[in-house]
Design a protein around this ligand. Sequence first.
Ligand code: SD4
Length: 337
Amino acid sequence: MDRRSFVKKGALGIAAASLVRPLMAGEANAETQHKPAEKTFVARFKPIMISTWSHGLEANKAGWEVLAKGGTSLDAVEAGARQTEADVSNRSVGIGGMPDKEGHVTLDACIMDWESNCGSVGYLEGIAHPISVARHIMENTPHVMLVGAGAKKYAMQHKFERIKTPIPEVKMAWKEWKKEQEAIAKKPVINHENHDTIGLLAMDSSGRISGACTTSGWAYKLPGRLGDSPIIGAGLFVDQEVGGAVATGLGESIIKIAGSHTVVELMRNGFTPEEACKEAVNRLIRKHKDMTGLQCGFIAINTEGKVGGYSVFNGFNYALRTEQEEQLVDAPFDRSW
Ligand code: SD4
């Protein structure tokens, strides 16, 4: 099947689960009374996974191997993110990512689960799977976020796989860029051809929602720059009472409206996932006088298993995986390039 044949235009929200919300930890009913909190989730939901951009199709495949066996949404989003991080052809995530102004590939990632546990890593160099470092921080330290040299030290102490970056093709491109002396302050044109950060959201068969986000960020950024992707509430937010959201695009703009948190709070107030993403995009647009090159998009899922997305400009899409379908959905948008 070629790519176009399974692209679906403008999906508005896909009901992929029953309309029953998952039981929350500590919330007792006849089946669950006196059982530990983790057993209060009942396997009655149809799993679903959504991931940004077309490479989300492959990431969803990796995540689906987990979900199909009844695994957790946390394991699923980590597996999906690792798939993209290992893809050498991807220029904005993991090993094939683009460097900063000085030629260093620095990676950002974060992860969040249904109990609001979260972990994050920023400005991490030479480590293959930042998403797994973020999860390790979440599960093994009292902290949420480690960055730079400390993050690298942590990853090495815990024997995370090391990589040599930039890969030769990327180094060549960086040298060319240096020659052209482009001004770093210029806003890049961000579309799906050159901006491939991946954000993933999954609901497992117990209704538990988790999310992940991983990127090398803005190509040729200033050394030390972090975007939205490692920031809980900006690049990713999950609240099991409501749902989850992830962002992609120009991080500086997404941070200004605490993008993913905003989407989740809008859903809390009754918006569908697509309506919430649209309203967040509108809010972001209101904060910027000049929208040139300012592509940003959100995807979201609620506890009913409905999903949606929305972007500033056309060209943003996300991969959807359910028991019945595997497709790339062109997100609705505010304006055309
Ligand atoms: C960043 N939000 O570093 C990321 C980049 C991105 O699609 O999402 N690109 O600003």
